[in-house]
Ligand binder design. Structure first.
Ligand code: E4P
Length: 289
């Protein structure tokens, strides 16, 4: 599995790159905003173009940069600007296009798909972002997207909110327990003559978690041999990374804090301390000769 870092913070990108495990970077307008605010708080002036160039240089792998427009025409124009300005730095720019740019169902729904189709036909690689359903991922693949980014954490947040479950930002979502509770309730309802069973839905239209969303997209793509690479995005904790890795997802884009969470364990630290204490003089001598 490839590991991308989900940040626009250059310090974080450089540090993760120095660990030797980094395969790419994903940014979005909110992450860029956070990075700019951090620089300003430090009293540093920032040239956005120079900063993005440094990001492209810092990693030898795809760097996703997002457009800001909402019509396909605007997005295609912006994508070409981003690609022309920054791809020459390290030949690694991918353009992030929201799979659907509408704010409501009354607005056009296919602007993102149209932009993906056009850009890919012109040789500009795209990453279909803000993907919350397998159907959106299917449409992105049909349009020829190079990458698709299902948003695990936001799907989990949505389901937990609908169920009135309070949680911290990085908390693991125990979707298997919720599926079991739903099954039990359905069983009880069926025993009572299917009374209200259809209304029992603890997930989001059959999706119970972000991890399950990734599973469904993998199955769909495998069924038809789509080559679109799946990037598990909006990751909130190390256990989610483990679960998408077990599914064989192509890429996970992971926040800096979660990459750090992946390496730590209390018993590893305890074991390390004991090994260090147990080094005898005779063993020590080997390293001195
Ligand atoms: C993906 O590429 C996005 O940048 C990101 O994963 C969104 O994560 P969030 O839901 O934590 O904001």
């Amino acid at each position: 599995m490839k590991i991308f870092i989900d940040t626009a913070d250059l310090d974080e990108i450089k540090e993760a790159a120095s660990w030797g495990i980094l395969d790419g970077v994903t940014t979005n307008p909110s992450l860029i905003k956070k990075a700019v605010e951090k620089m300003k708080a430090k009293g540093k002036e920032i040239s956005m173009e120079g900063y993005i160039r440094q990001i492209c240089k810092a990693v030898n792998g795809p760097v996703s940069l997002e457009v800001k427009g909402r019509s396909s025409e605007e997005m295609i124009k912006e994508a070409k600007i981003l690609y022309e300005k920054f791809n020459e730095v390290n030949n690694n720019v991918v353009i992030k296009i929201p799979v659907n740019t509408a704010f409501s169902l009354e607005e056009p729904q296919f602007e993102g798909i149209k932009a993906i189709k056009e850009l890919e036909s012109n040789g500009i690689p795209t990453n279909a972002t803000l993907v919350m359903t397998p159907e959106q991922a299917l449409l992105a693949a049909k349009a020829g997207a190079s990458y698709v980014s299902p948003f695990l954490g936001r799907v989990d947040d949505f389901i937990r909110k609908n169920l009135g479950i309070k949680h911290g930002k990085m908390d693991y979502w125990d979707y298997e327990a919720i599926e079991l509770i739903e099954q039990e309730e359905r069983k009880r309802s069926i025993e009572k003559g299917y009374e209200g069973a259809a209304g029992i839905n603890y997930g989001d239209n059959g999706i119970y978690s972000g991890v399950e969303l990734v599973y469904d997209i993998i199955e769909t793509y495998e069924a038809y041999g789509y080559e679109t690479k799946i990037i598990a995005a909006s990751i909130r904790n190390a256990r989610q990374v483990r679960e998408v890795a077990m599914l064989g997802v192509d890429i996970a884009t992971i926040p800096f804090a979660v990459i750090k969470e992946m390496i730590g364990h209390y018993k590893t630290m305890e074991g390390m301390k004991k090994f260090s204490e147990d080094v005898v003089e005779e063993y020590e001598k080997i390293f001195k000769s």
